[in-house]
Design a protein around this ligand. Structure first.
Ligand code: FAD
Length: 460
């Protein structure tokens, strides 16, 4: 079989790329197929429905502030579901209890997430000189906001988004918007004031240094997006096709893709949209340097433990009408955080029940995520009891383990991408995308796939 474009990997990056290449209604010039290793597409997006609960295996939702994702949902005829108002209340677990994250500067002044000295240090932020160079997230946050703000606020955010280690994460690669604010305005506070003024003039809402937007999903869970993409791709999506290697076609343009246990596929152009460690394996005999560059990207393990309770069982422990809480590393706990799933999206638990989602592992505790079910559950139950006084036994348990969960962007990631782009430039018709390179969120994956589709359409 010879096709025009073969996309390796049927996660959101690969599926959306195929969707964009086809153009709305399948009228695009390109003619892609998607080769997916597993017997179902979706990668880190999978929804499990059982006993009236809706559990997310990996991706829980996306922020509704990126037009492309909303447009894709609209094109596919999907109705986006915004999280409930209760989810605006977010907590940080500090000194033995969850503490409310302030939503406004006035609330921040009276909040207990930072000591008076910690707050005073933030007030000095506009006077801290800018650093044009990249640095670790820990270095950046400590320098600009002070040690306390870093430990209590920035560190848990890094766990929540990247399950990462801020002492290693590159601020430039992980949070480019924040670094750009420092570069342009010299200070984050000054940036927010200026951008706030501009937004007000344009009749838009307030601006923050955070990602903004409302967490959103679909009433049947995130897999609705995958199923809709699968439906429009039809025969173009080939599941059960694990690509094992790639070679250039002799005497002709294009590539031969070797597939485990199946006939090879020939393609004029190839896009590797699989995880970086799989891309490294595929490229091993084709371009050793490129294989090494992408193979160095680390993916710590994360486990998602979903717990269902009858609501009355929780009434003496803690209120769950909120988003949930994240745990700063310095607290020395064994979990990264807890999301109150059924308060964020009420249909996720049956009437009179509550669904919690506990995250374990990440760059600083990868081993914990890989404990066997019994020990993982006992660890989580022990932590919930110690942290929240939750003694009740769950009525429902699901454990979703990701041995290689989220790619990390450490200091030097930008140079790694330069090397990767340099190597790819030498292989006409070979491209790479996915969450390992230029943004880990679902929104980033969709935006990057769109940009790549345009690039491919121009080149082919
Ligand atoms: C626990 C967890 C929670 C997350 N929560 C969120 C969230 O709430 N919001 C958010 O925005 N992001 C979240 N993320 C990040 C999320 O992973 C990305 O946003 C996005 O889903 C990644 O999509 P992808 O297509 O790039 O990669 P993947 O989803 O990893 O897809 C890659 C695909 O390639 C396939 N593949 C692998 N090897 C081969 C091969 N050799 N041949 C063919 N196919 C192959 C895989 O089977 C897979 O289907 C979360 C991640 C994890 C792990």
């Amino acid at each position: 079989m010879k096709v025009k474009i073969a996309i390796v990997g049927g996660g959101i990056s690969g599926l959306c790329l195929a969707h964009f290449l086809l153009g709305e209604g399948g009228a695009g010039a390109a003619d892609p197929i998607v080769l997916e290793a597993e017997d179902r597409p979706g990668g880190k997006i999978r929804t499990e429905k059982a006993e009236g609960y809706i559990c997310e295996w990996g991706v829980n939702g996306f922020l509704d502030n990126r037009p492309r994702t909303l447009q894709v949902a609209d094109n596919l005829g999907l109705k986006v579901q915004r999280s409930a108002d209760a989810a605006r209340k977010r907590f940080i677990y500090l000194k033995a209890r969850p503490r409310l994250l302030p939503e406004s500067p006035a609330a921040f002044l009276i909040s207990d997430v930072l000591s008076p000295l910690g707050k005073l240090r933030i007030a000095l932020e506009p006077f801290i000189p800018a650093n044009k160079n990249d640095e670790t997230l820990a270095g950046f946050a400590t320098r600009r906001l002070g040690r306390r703000a870093y430990e209590n606020l920035i560190d848990p955010m890094a766990s929540g988004v990247f399950a990462g280690d801020p002492e290693k994460m590159s601020v430039e690669s992980c949070f480019p918007k924040i670094k750009a604010m420092e570069r342009k305005y010299g200070s984050l506070v000054r940036a927010m004031i200026s951008l706030g003024r501009e937004a007000k003039k344009a009749g838009k809402g307030p601006v923050g240094a955070g990602p903004g937007g409302v967490l959103s999903s679909f009433s049947g869970g995130m897999e609705e997006l995958i199923l809709a993409l699968k439906a429009i791709l039809g025969e173009r999506l080939k599941t059960g096709c694990r690509v094992a290697g790639i070679e250039r076609l002799e005497g002709a343009s294009g590539y031969r893709l070797h597939i485990e246990g199946k006939e090879a596929v020939l393609a004029e152009a190839v896009v590797l949209a699989c995880p970086a460690y799989e891309a490294a394996r595929i490229l091993k005999d084709f371009d050793k340097d490129l294989s090494r560059v992408v193979g160095d990207i680390e993916y710590p393990a994360v486990s998602v433990v979903s717990l269902g309770f009858r609501r009355e069982k929780l009434k003496h422990s803690f209120p769950v009408d909120a988003f949930g809480f994240l745990v700063p590393f310095k607290e020395g706990r064994k979990i990264l955080g807890v999301l109150y799933d059924s308060s964020i999206f009420p249909e996720r638990a049956p009437e009179g029940h509550v669904l919690l989602r506990v995250m374990v592992g990440g760059a600083r505790a990868s081993g914990l995520a890989m404990l066997d079910d019994e020990r993982l559950l006992s660890l989580v139950s022990g932590e919930l009891q110690g942290m929240l006084g939750l003694r009740a036994t769950p009525d429902f348990v699901r454990i979703f383990r990701h041995e290689r969960a989220i790619p990390q962007y450490p200091l030097g990631h930008a140079q790694r991408l330069e090397k990767m782009d340099g190597a790819l430039a030498a292989h006409r018709g070979l491209f790479m995308t996915g969450n390992a390179f230029r943004g880990i969120s679902l929104n980033d994956c969709i935006d990057n796939s769109f940009a790549l589709a345009q690039n491919i359409n121009m080149k082919l």
